[in-house]
Design a protein around this ligand. Structure first.
Ligand code: ZN
Length: 287
């Protein structure tokens, strides 16, 4: 009798199998990293736009609809970054709750709309992480303590990272805190940490700059003595190389903007990405 009861109990409370983890879809790799840090092994995470890929112009694969249909939560950046996503959620017939990770931040204006690249400010990243932890806890209340503990540990790391960035920028002479990057991905970084970014591609990688835009940038680099231009891991680098050749500005390396790199790359995590970028910026600008 006792043995039967024990067996029955084991059947009721089995260990956490993959099938019982919370199915979460993150739209792109940076959000995926935040979800991974908070959700740990309690979450079955799928990231739609993977390493070194451009979230602005993503074309969903047929398998993505299935992933969305199976998800309980879909975590998106919002602010117009994932223009392709609402149709995907609709066509998947998904009942998933869509969580906008940027909902708690104060958006910056860029052109006629909001600048979607809010994660480039670490204080904003902390808001993303806090809200992701709340969403996960809301979806699985029995794991709320676990998600909170995970989030607190990660938020502490982000706090340290924020201090590293401020210390590094402080060492760059103020008149040299200006660079050219490919597209306008660093507005929040600029506003938070005081480095000026000028970008020939504008807010999205979707639009090509005109000859006039390029001429204007070349004029600006020469007039303002901008020390360095940067490539990005998601963009074609021919334009920036041409601008560098015509102005004599140094190519300062590659900035990681909208996507993490693969495991073997320089920035497989958000923290790696920020450290990589700040190292590239300081080594190009501080002398
Ligand atoms: Zn972008």
């Amino acid at each position: 009798m006792r043995l039967i009861l024990l067996c029955a109990l084991l059947l009721i409370a089995p260990p956490l199998h993959a099938a019982e983890r919370l199915n979460v879809v993150a739209s792109f790799s940076i959000l995926g990293d935040f979800v991974h840090n908070v959700g740990g092994d309690r979450v079955n995470l799928t990231t739609l736009v993977g390493a070194d890929s451009d979230v602005h112009v993503y074309t969903p694969a047929p398998a993505d609809a299935k992933r969305i249909a199976d998800a309980k939560l879909v975590i998106v950046n919002g602010l117009g970054l994932e223009g392709w996503l609402p149709r995907l959620v609709q066509s998947a017939g998904s009942k998933a709750q869509v969580i906008t990770a940027s909902a708690g931040i104060a958006p910056l204006k860029l052109g006629s709309g909001a600048d979607p690249h809010a994660w480039q400010s670490i204080p904003n990243a902390k808001i993303y992480v806090t809200d992701i932890a709340k969403a996960l806890a809301g979806a699985v209340p029995s794991e709320a303590d676990y998600f909170r503990t995970q989030a607190e540990a990660y938020l502490e790391k982000l706090e340290t990272l924020d201090r590293e960035v401020r210390d590094a920028v402080a060492k760059i002479p103020p008149e040299r805190r200006k660079v050219i990057s490919t597209h306008d991905a660093f507005g929040y970084f600029a506003a938070e940490y005081g480095i000026r970014f000028i970008a020939p591609l504008g807010v999205s990688t979707e639009t090509e700059p005109s000859a006039r835009d390029i001429a204007a940038i070349i004029g600006q680099i020469k007039a303002q003595k901008i020390p360095a231009v940067f490539l990005e891991n998601i963009s074609d680098d021919r334009l920036i190389r041409r601008i560098a050749a015509e102005t004599g500005a140094r190519v300062g390396g590659t900035l990681i903007s909208d996507s993490l790199t693969g495991e073997k790359g320089t920035a497989p995590t958000y923290i790696d990405m920020v450290r990589h970028n700040i190292k590239a910026l300081t080594s190009a600008l501080d002398h």
